[in-house]
Design a protein around this ligand. Sequence first.
Ligand code: GTP
Ligand code: MG
Length: 422
Amino acid sequence: MKRMRAVVVGRVDPGGDEPNLEELKALAHAAGYEVVGTILQRRKEDPRYNIGRGKAEELRDYVKEHGVDSVIFFNELKPLQVLNLREMLGVKVIDRFQLILEIFAKHAGSKEAKLQIELARLKYELPRVREWVRRAKMRELPGFLRGPGSYQVDVYYRAIRRRIIKIRKELENIRKRKLIQRKMRDRIGFPTLVLTGYTNAGKTTLFNRLAKESKPVSASPFSTLATVTRLTDIYGRKVMVSDTIGFIDKLPPLLIEAFYTTLEEIRLADLLLLVIDSSEPSSEIERKLNASSEALKEVGVIDKPTIAILNKVDMLDESELRERMALVSKYHDVVVPISAITGMGIDELKKAIYDNLPKYRRMSLKVSSFDDLKVLDDVKFVQIKSIKELDDGLLLEIEGPEETLMRIQGSLSCEWRAAMSI
Ligand SMILES: Nc1nc2c(ncn2[C@@H]2O[C@H](COP(=O)(O)OP(=O)(O)OP(=O)(O)O)[C@@H](O)[C@H]2O)c(=O)[nH]1
Ligand SMILES: [Mg+2]
């Protein structure tokens, strides 16, 4: 397949942090572009073109000379800027948000992911169409958009709004179904582990190893969009393990809304497995660690028990490994080096997981009737191991986290026998 030829453009406010054009290039590559040029400008935002007019003219000449067919901005473009840039450059103009969405669209397998992408795209388009409507009414659209009258643009605008409402409803239904499934899982009572971290860190590779699965992995970012959950076994303890969508620096808010707020798995997890690509330079590791913790905060996860997993250590020598361990230990108490590909360190990781799972105990509980069992309906992780009928009631053997068992015991006026550790 022939790749589209693209130029990536970044603008930075005077005194601001440089935009990460290397990562933007990698994203462009993943979306199917060949990046033939890079432009970086330091100046404050020009309301018409984002970059300065002079720079935009330079870009126009470059586009003509080098047969470029797409221009990709790091900065978020305002509706008017897109219109002006398209008119001046005469080629496709997108920003980082649209680029990420193009990658998502390539990888979207499930109906939910497809709907989420459509929702994000329509919500992105809405203010832009509003701008068209306003300008069509004032008859000042740039040449190529002058065709449709304000009436057609109005119709289009209303159609988008209707579609957004419809997608929201469909997503709501899908999520309700998922919630029911999750509740059933909770009732079964296994602790949950969630793999999280920056995109491309190796989450799915590790998931496949832990869950004996074969989900697709790739060197391209955002291979995984939808959460996958499997039951597995860690030294005899049954656990649910989930693989999730990866994070990226400066996640566009519209994407957070469409994709990441649905990450209940992370919020409800008993233990997070934060996967880190240790083969990168320390500065990158640190940047991605910060981006991941920002993203976790965005989705409402703070202070959750976490194991930091230093993945891809097969690519490091001993001194590099020591340095990476020291770096990540500054951020996390439990750090385990592994290679998800070769299997190195997996046993140590399993031990760390086992040690950090909620502690379980078993106890015998005597209740006078089946009605008393209702207290067990809403508690998480408690399993009934056996029920014995007695003359004056039921004798249960239950297993679960110590705190929960104590709570049950307190809420029931029942006899209980010694709780024992397992
Ligand atoms: N050398 C090396 N490469 C690895 C290791 N684990 C994963 N990779 C590679 O890293 C790339 C990304 O792996 P994935 O498992 O798809 O990563 P991910 O975190 O699930 O990525 P997304 O779902 O795209 O966010 C692939 O090319 C893997 O082959 C490892 O231990 N060593
Ligand atoms: Mg993945």
